[in-house]
Design a protein around this ligand. Structure first.
Ligand SMILES: Cc1ncc(COP(=O)(O)O)c(C=O)c1O
Length: 361
């Protein structure tokens, strides 16, 4: 039996997506490929009803970090002064990317898992010193869902531009596309969209792409990808099979009722896991109301190391995820993205009981 992936991406694939990955061999310089590319671009814009006259979905080969680096390197002008909101590994990564590309930045930090300090954000934006804010939507380090609607509203109020890491939220959480401040979001195919790794994307407001920014890199320069994709071309070899998979995954998302239905579905699965954990005395690390629908963090059960828990669950066919860095000895994470059936959930509940409490019920 295939393992069920409860790590935060890559996810367990549906049969339809699995079949689509290898459905045909495609040359990326043929019209059939460009039909596929156009369909994926349209499908991505349709997920949140983004107006194709106002927004471009730019596809790029690589992981979520590739999308983030492309977004920041391509859309932040040389004179940008960027405020980075940090409350976990991925916020810290944004600061790192800014530093590598010589982008002037300051981090507004709170502890990993703590809430972003909106008052401090407002005070800093009110100084008028910051042209841009860069933030993580769902901080996968802990499962905390950051308040992007409020962040975007503050940015709009103080005329700062917002770039968002939506790598682990795009397709399942609300994104404030209606806020003028929101300039771009970075995402990837292999999380809430249920595609395969290797394909990333940045949805950009068109004027953000049209700024005359000197390229900081060649292969990550989004205007180059966007310009070629708009002309039914591609600057470099794209992850063709990733597009085949995502085209199918986007069809399935639409058929299942779109991102709001997916959020409801994920919430139900997360609540089932949390209930079972609670019955076993395993406490959630963050309250459910602060957590995303995608992933929840739990304290390690008394008397079990992460490795014992991980290996025990893996023997039953489930792959869970460790805490990162300084949280590795404190917590474990369970994500319920991907193709997970009712039967899988029942088996997971039973496996948790067996591994955590040694009881079969
Ligand atoms: C919020 C967030 N940002 C960025 C990344 C980095 O993505 P990747 O590992 O695909 O580069 C992840 C990965 O889990 C993530 O959850």
């Amino acid at each position: 039996m295939r393992p069920i992936l409860l790590n935060p991406g890559p996810v367990s694939l549906s049969e339809g997506v699995r079949e689509a990955v290898a459905r045909l061999d495609l040359c990326h310089r043929e019209p059939e490929y460009f039909d596929l590319q156009d369909a994926v671009i349209k499908g991505l814009l349709d997920v949140y009803d983004c107006d194709p006259l106002a927004w471009s979905a730019v596809l790029i080969g690589g992981s979520g970090t590739t999308a983030l680096e492309a977004m920041m390197a391509s859309l932040l002008p040389a004179d940008a002064h960027v405020l980075v909101l940090e409350n976990g590994v991925y916020g810290e990564r944004l600061t790192r990317i800014a530093g590598i590309h010589g982008i002037r930045n300051r981090a507004l930090k709170v502890g990993w898992g703590d809430a972003i300090d909106l008052q401090a954000l407002e005070d800093l934006l009110a100084t008028g010193d910051y042209s841009h804010v860069v933030a993580v939507h769902h901080e996968t380090t802990t499962g905390r869902l950051n308040p992007v609607e409020e962040i975007a509203a503050l940015c709009t109020q103080f005329k700062a531009r917002l770039l968002l890491d939506a790598v682990s939220s795009f397709g399942a959480e609300a994104i404030p596309f209606g806020q003028k401040s929101l300039q771009a979001i970075a995402a990837t195919a292999n999380k809430c969209l249920h595609g395969i790794p290797g394909l990333a994307m940045v949805l950009c407001r068109k004027p953000a792409l049209q700024q005359a920014i000197e390229p900081r890199t060649l292969s990550l320069h989004l205007p180059l990808w966007a310009e070629q994709q708009a002309k039914r071309s591609t600057p470099f070899t794209p992850p063709v099979n990733g597009l085949l998979a995502l085209a199918q995954a986007l069809k399935e998302l639409e058929k299942q009722g779109g991102w709001k239905s997916r959020r409801m579905h994920y919430r139900k699965l997360a609540a089932r896991v949390a209930d079972t954990c609670r019955q076993l005395g395993v406490a959630e690390w963050l309250p459910a109301s602060d957590s995303s629908c995608v992933l929840r963090s739990y304290h390690l059960p008394a008397g079990l190391t992460y490795n014992q828990l991980h290996d025990g669950l893996k023997q039953h066919g489930f792959v869970i995820y460790a805490g990162q860095g300084k949280l590795a000895s404190q917590l474990f994470r369970i994500s319920t993205m991907g193709e997970i059936s009712d039967y899988d959930m029942a088996r997971l509940e039973q496996a948790l009981r067996l591994v955590v409490a040694g009881v079969e019920k």
